[in-house]
Design a protein around this ligand. Structure first.
Ligand code: SF4
Length: 394
């Protein structure tokens, strides 16, 4: 059975793994099981709730459950912590007593939790098909090819600092660690940009073109000093060499399919309907959307802005729909809606279903660890170097 990635309005009842070789484990150490037993896939919601509760109780403090903001409510209700990817990885590191970290999010997040947690801890991604389409837009072979082409063209004093978004595979974070680079999140990207330009002349930013551009503009770099690197067709334009020479920012051609759905037309429509509306969007949106908004920032920033707003505020929000629905429910004193009325949830986050939680938790009770995400020591070492540089910029 194929993964169902239907919109919020769909009647989706059960999700089974995607048997796609491209989504298989990225590391030899990752033990991945591709097929959830039909028994769990066919279980009722009530039965799953009962089993998950019982297993959590039995595992006690040996287990900690992390829930990313974009997870659906049926998952979030089991989370000991909810947050963005970085906050959750930090929380994982603060629970050395937990033998198991159940990460309800996507693959790169589970990797980061493994890198930042202790060697005695095991990180589990309930459904190994939960990847991130943006993270998958940059792989290590393409990044190394790009690095080689850039350094060959620009010479020894190229001064390129590689910066990877948190939403990337561990081996790309390790690449940054080894090459004098750093990791950033959507909250600290401007500070990371400052860090990079205090050490080099150019930034190679991957995998999200839009976060890179929005951050660089905020930092004061004009668009004509940026160029886009298309890994599928590098250096193809006639003036590619000139553009690279001129560029202070080289933006990887990657994007988040969820945040690319937001448009200036949606903002104009919302403003026409509610003249006092505040438009709040995520920096993974296109430049023109960010410019048309009143405010933009990370998931945590979006939550904070709404939490501190007075009753009666009207918000049009441009980010993942599970989060928008949840904030709207938690703040009935304000009017909060998603700018895209038919927006789908992040299709990869959606691959975590309670059936997977019940399956992996009951396996733990039997002493079996299913779908562990484990990063090899060398990769983890260099990725940690890049992550620690980021922490030191705070
Ligand atoms: S919302 Fe976008 S960036 Fe976040 S996990 Fe989904 S695809 Fe990746």
């Amino acid at each position: 059975m194929a993964i169902q990635t239907a919109c919020a309005e769909s009647q989706e009842t059960r999700i089974l793994p995607l048997l796609n070789p491209q989504t298989r484990a990225r590391h030899d150490l990752s033990k991945r099981v591709d097929t959830i037993p039909t028994f769990y896939a066919e279980m009722s919601g009530e039965e799953l709730d009962r089993r998950i509760d019982a297993a959590r109780q039995e595992l006690g403090t040996r287990l900690v459950v992390m829930g990313h903001h974009y997870q659906r409510d049926e998952i979030i209700k089991y989370a000991d912590y909810r947050g963005d990817s970085f906050k959750l990885a930090q929380m994982a590191a603060k629970h050395p007593e937990a033998d198991y970290i159940l990460f309800c999010g996507v693959h790169f997040m589970a990797e980061s939790a493994d890198i930042l947690s202790g060697p005695h801890q095991q990180v589990i991604l309930p459904n190994p098909a939960a990847g991130c389409s943006m993270a998958d837009m940059a792989n290590i072979a393409e990044v190394e090819e790009c690095w080689q082409m850039l350094t060959e063209q620009l010479g020894d004093d190229a001064g390129i600092i590689p910066v990877t978004y948190m939403n990337s595979a561990a081996n790309l974070k390790a690449f940054c660690g080894r090459n004098g680079g750093i990791v950033c999140t959507s909250s600290n990207a401007p500070a990371v940009m400052r860090w990079a330009f205090s050490r080099g002349k150019r930034v190679l930013f991957f995998p999200d073109e839009h976060l890179g551009r929005n951050t660089a503009l905020k930092y004061g770099i004009p668009e004509h000093q940026m160029t886009v690197w298309n890994p599928k067709d590098p250096m193809s334009s006639v003036d590619a060499e000139e553009e690279i020479e001129r560029a202070r920012i080289i933006l990887w051609k990657g994007y988040c399919s969820t945040h690319m759905r937001f448009s200036v037309q949606q903002i104009e429509k919302a403003r026409a309907e509610y003249p006092d509306i505040k438009i709040l969007v995520h920096p993974e949106c296109r430049r023109e959307v960010v410019e048309a908004a009143d405010l933009y920032g990370s998931t945590e920033y979006i939550i904070q802005q709404i939490e501190k707003a007075p009753a009666g505020t009207v918000w049009g929000v441009g980010t993942e729909i599970n989060l928008v629905h949840r904030i709207a429910k938690e703040h009935p004193e304000q009017h909060i809606f998603c700018l895209d009325p038919i927006v789908c949830p992040c299709s990869t986050m959606y691959r975590i279903h309670p059936a997977y939680l019940a399956w992996v938790l009951e396996a733990l009770l039997q002493g079996e660890v299913i779908n562990q995400v484990s990063v090899d020591e060398q990769t983890a070492h260099w990725a940690r170097v890049a992550l620690e540089r980021m922490l030191a910029t705070a």
